[in-house]
Write a protein that binds this ligand. Structure first.
Ligand code: AMP
Length: 575
């Protein structure tokens, strides 16, 4: 199919807001495409060139895209930008210019050609890559007709705005085959094993639904992880699943390991959100090389920090500090990890996800070399016992909590591994983590976002607050507060802030990427915050977050040294 025809579909979809109607249009489009095209189109529809987990980005700033456009159309930049300002959408602005300026180079390219070019743009990096990206994009702009140009430039801006999710695409796959959504559960199941939307479409078109039913895991494609149901007593657990395996519930973070043997073994670690986090845990990678006995394997476990000096596991808020992009070596010495493995999903050409748990576990035990020595080894197999008695189960729970663990996991003996599902095959029984707090907390205002909507008038939106980590002389975030202030309080905060703005984030602020502020403030403003609870948090660098935080008052009377410390905050959690 030509990119021009695809653009007509893009246009139809963008004018539609009914999900059902979009599903129908997509199905019609998918039907017309070849097997190769469907894979590519599904990614282009989402402004991507690869599945989400591969995190391949175009690396094209708006500035560079505009540069490509003016180069392609041979027009003045100022003139283009003036029009762009008026129209407000880059795609429509290009379309307008393309309509007015005819180009002899219009060649009505195939989808494949456009996709391949976008792929080249996405994978080029390093020296000279900006020129390369610029060259390819401007060439494509010259090649296509006006309507295609509109969508072409929207693809790399991440602004394709089709307004549908992966699930709509899965629905459309079903519709393509059966003219209804009835096959969606089967297709979704396959997608959980191989979360590559394009690949699923390709297999469906090429081989049909029967092959999709039997789809198998593939090493280095992360499998969407199974989740656990929750109960709060041994009695309920035994009533639900009867005699079961019980394992400690380690309080760290889950990793899915993909391994391929070789002179230089290939290893990838994926987080629960399917992010490739291999570079963060060199200690686990080394241990996998030493302790895995297989040619190819996919397995899972929980990594948890360990304190050698006292022989105990570290609390979650310390373990979570291993999740970082810099100073990896240094941190891996400071917070050594133990990796407790508990699931085998694939080994040497055989999928284990549909095998009963007991069988997966037996094979896992055969596949990890271990002396069961916590002091000497990084990878261990999670302890487990078969339990049939309430009293015994409660005892295991108490023992786990005493050892600084989160509780226990009960696993159905013959349960299969259900990618992406939360079902009764796994049941968690946890100590209560959240705790009501009566006391207020004195926090530092670390930065704020520029307001949106009504808040734009104040020029200040949500603000980020943190506590002081005395041991390491740095500030850790605990909340982002965007509501609950009076207009007067917002104004006050803005005025106070104006004196303390700094160009970049102070070095001793430890902030997760998702919590970055538009404006950074040096340590000066102290606020007293009231919250309902303290909960565990993977996005706040304290590893703890305040739930429903509210500004009690500004504490101009306090000094930086009065800010609640990380240690004090931890003490507020009543166990
Ligand atoms: P939660 O995050 O509270 O929903 O609990 C589920 C998580 O517990 C899993 O995603 C794992 O990260 C973690 N976990 C800790 N120990 C185990 C275990 N023995 N078996 C399975 N999951 C575990």
């Amino acid at each position: 199919m030509k990119f021009r025809e695809l653009s007509v579909y893009f246009d139809k979809i963008s004018q539609n807001s009914s999900r059902l109607e979009i599903t129908r249009i997509l199905a019609e489009l998918f039907k017309k495409l070849t097997t190769d095209e469907i894979e590519k189109v599904v990614y282009l529809l989402q402004g991507k060139v690869a599945p989400e987990y591969e995190k391949i980005e175009f690396g094209l700033s708006e500035k560079l895209i505009i540069k490509s456009i003016v180069l392609a159309l041979n027009i003045e930049r100022e003139y283009f930008e003036k029009e762009y300002k008026k129209i407000g959408d880059l795609g429509e602005t290009v379309e307008k210019f393309k309509t007015e300026i005819f180009s002899f180079e219009e060649s009505n390219p195939e989808i494949k050609e456009i996709y391949d070019n976008f792929y080249k743009i996405a994978i080029s990096s390093g020296e000279g890559s900006q020129e390369l990206k610029l060259g390819i994009l401007s060439h494509m702009i010259r090649q296509v007709d006006p309507l295609s140009a509109r969508f072409l430039v929207r693809i790399p801006t991440g602004n394709i705005r089709m307004g549908f999710s992966d699930m709509t695409i899965l629905d459309a796959y079903s519709w393509m085959i059966k003219k209804d959504k009835s096959l969606r559960p089967i297709i979704e199941k396959a997608y959980h094993v191989r979360p590559e939307l394009g690949y699923i479409g390709k297999v469906l078109k090429e081989k049909g639904i029967e092959v999709i039913k039997k789809i198998e895991p593939k090493v280095f494609t992360p499998i969407i992880m199974m989740r656990a149901e929750r109960l709060s007593s041994a009695k309920e657990i035994l009533k639900q699943i009867g005699r079961c395996f019980v394992e400690p519930k380690f309080d760290g973070f889950r990793l899915q390991v993909h391994y391929k043997k070789g002179f230089n073994p290939e290893i990838k670690l994926f987080s629960r959100s399917l992010e490739d986090v291999s570079f963060m845990y060199p200690d686990i990678i080394e241990a996998v090389k030493k302790q895995v006995k297989a040619s190819e394997m996919i397995f899972e476990g929980e990594a948890v920090g360990y304190d050698y000096s006292i022989g105990k596991f570290l609390p979650f808020q310390e373990t979570v500090q291993r999740k970082r992009k810099y100073q990896i070596e240094e941190m891996s010495k400071k917070i050594p990890l133990k990796f407790f493995v508990f699931e085998l999903l694939y080994k040497d050409g055989k999928s284990f996800i549909n095998e009963p748990f007991i069988k997966r576990r037996k094979e896992l035990e055969k596949s990890i070399i271990t002396k069961k020595n916590l002091k000497e080894e990084t990878i261990l197999i999670a302890d487990e016992q078969i339990i049939n008695e309430e009293k015994k189960l409660e005892e295991l729970f108490d023992k786990a909590v005493k050892e600084n663990l989160e509780g226990i996991m009960a696993k159905k003996i013959d349960g299969v591994y259900k990618p992406g599902a939360r079902e009764w095959n796994w049941i968690k029984y946890k100590k209560s983590y959240s705790s009501k707090i009566k006391d207020t907390i004195d926090c530092l205002v670390m930065g704020y976002d520029l307001g949106k909507g009504k808040r734009a008038d104040f020029g200040i939106g949500a603000f980020l607050v943190g506590v002081y980590d005395e041991k390491n002389n740095r500030f850790l975030t605990v909340a982002k507060i965007g509501t609950g202030l009076t207009d007067e309080e917002w104004k006050q905060l803005k005025i106070k802030s104006s004196k303390f703005k700094v160009q970049k984030k102070p070095d001793n602020y430890l902030v997760d990427k998702t919590m970055e502020s538009d404006i950074w403030l040096k340590p000066s403003i102290i606020v007293e915050i009231r919250a309902d609870e303290i909960t565990k948090s993977p996005v706040h660098t304290a590893g703890l977050a305040l739930r429903f935080p509210r500004l009690e008052r500004f504490r101009d009377d306090k000094n930086i040294s009065d800010i609640t410390t990380f240690e004090e905050l931890k003490k507020l959690i009543i166990r």
